[in-house]
Write a protein that binds this ligand. Structure first.
Ligand SMILES: Cc1cc2nc3c(=O)[nH]c(=O)nc-3n(C[C@H](O)[C@H](O)[C@H](O)COP(=O)(O)OP(=O)(O)OC[C@H]3O[C@@H](n4cnc5c(N)ncnc54)[C@H](O)[C@@H]3O)c2cc1C
Length: 50
C-alpha cells in the first residue's frame, strides 16, 4: 500500500496549486482527477468564453 502525507481530490484551480505547494514543502502528495487536469475554469468555463 502506498502512503501519502496529503491526497488532493480535483485538479482544478484550487487543487493543482495546493498540491504543488504541499509537494514543494516536502510532503508526499497525490492528486486525483476524475476527468481532465485543468478543472472547470480551463476545461469548461473561463477560457472558452474569453
Ligand atoms: C461557465 C463558467 C464560466 C466561468 N468563468 C469564470 C471567469 O471568467 N473567471 C473566474 O474567475 N471564474 C470563472 N468561473 C468559475 C471558476 O471556474 C471556478 O471558480 C473555479 O473553477 C473553481 O475552482 P476549483 O478548483 O474549486 O473547482 P474546479 O475547477 O471545478 O475543479 C474541481 C475538479 O475536481 C474534479 N473532481 C470532482 N469530483 C471529483 C472526484 N470525486 N474525484 C476526482 N476528481 C473530482 C473535477 O473533475 C474538477 O476537475 C466560471 C465557471 C463557469 C461554470
Amino acid at each position: 500500500m502506498k502512503h501519502y502525507d496529503a491526497i488532493i481530490i480535483g485538479a482544478g484551480q484550487a487543487g493543482t496549486p495546493l498540491a504543488k505547494k504541499l509537494a514543494e514543502a516536502g510532503m508526499k502528495t497525490a492528486i486525483i482527477e476524475k476527468r481532465m487536469v485543468g478543472g472547470t475554469c480551463i476545461i469548461d468555463g473561463c477560457t472558452p468564453t474569453k
